[in-house]
Design a binder for this molecule. Sequence first.
Ligand SMILES: CC(C)(COP(=O)(O)OP(=O)(O)OC[C@H]1O[C@@H](n2cnc3c(N)ncnc32)[C@H](O)[C@@H]1OP(=O)(O)O)[C@@H](O)C(=O)NCCC(=O)NCCS
Length: 172
Amino acid sequence: MDMLVKLYEIDPHKTLLQVSKVEKKNDVTIRQAMAYEKEAVVEFVRGTFTGKWSGWPSECDIAFSNWPLSCYIATCRVPKDKTFDRKVVGFGCYNATCRGFFGPSGVAEPYRRKGIGSCLLLSSLCAMRQEGYGYAIIGGTDKQEQWDFYSKTVGATVITGSENGIYLDMLK
Ligand SMILES: CC(C)(COP(=O)(O)OP(=O)(O)OC[C@H]1O[C@@H](n2cnc3c(N)ncnc32)[C@H](O)[C@@H]1OP(=O)(O)O)[C@@H](O)C(=O)NCCC(=O)NCCS
């Protein structure tokens, strides 16, 4: 099922505050990805989301071809030698699968239920609003936990009759 989000009901100021709170609490950074990070982000998606999510690296790659880049990432510090490096722990794309669509998006399992997925979603939706969209579509949700996540965080509603949506006749 696809879901619909009213972008005009999302408050960019509240989003900034929420992102800042989640960043501080979890020692993560949530921001728009940079072009030079494409390989690292696509590799994270490929290595973390497999099986039925095998199309996600391609979709994420496309987000890096858009301008502005339509991919947000969450990163955290990892110790390296006597200093620190950073690794990707979550991502959220828009205008990747279709224009006006949010997704794909995901957070690595150990980092879930900390508010990171919400921040990636809200940051992407604020960017879409800024780019002139009034509504966003979340494509291809198929689990209760996804419906719960999107309805709770951004008031998304299921679009009647969207069972197959755009995902027809897909190459495996
Ligand atoms: C969906 C996903 C991105 C959520 O990321 P997250 O960082 O865990 O989400 P948040 O911590 O911001 O969750 C915000 C709220 O959404 C709801 N929620 C999140 N995950 C949920 C779950 N598994 N079941 C029910 N509600 C859930 C909760 O109300 C949660 O608030 P709470 O933890 O205070 O109760 C993550 O679970 C994920 O990567 N799943 C696998 C990939 C996927 O399904 N992506 C979406 C494709 S459409």
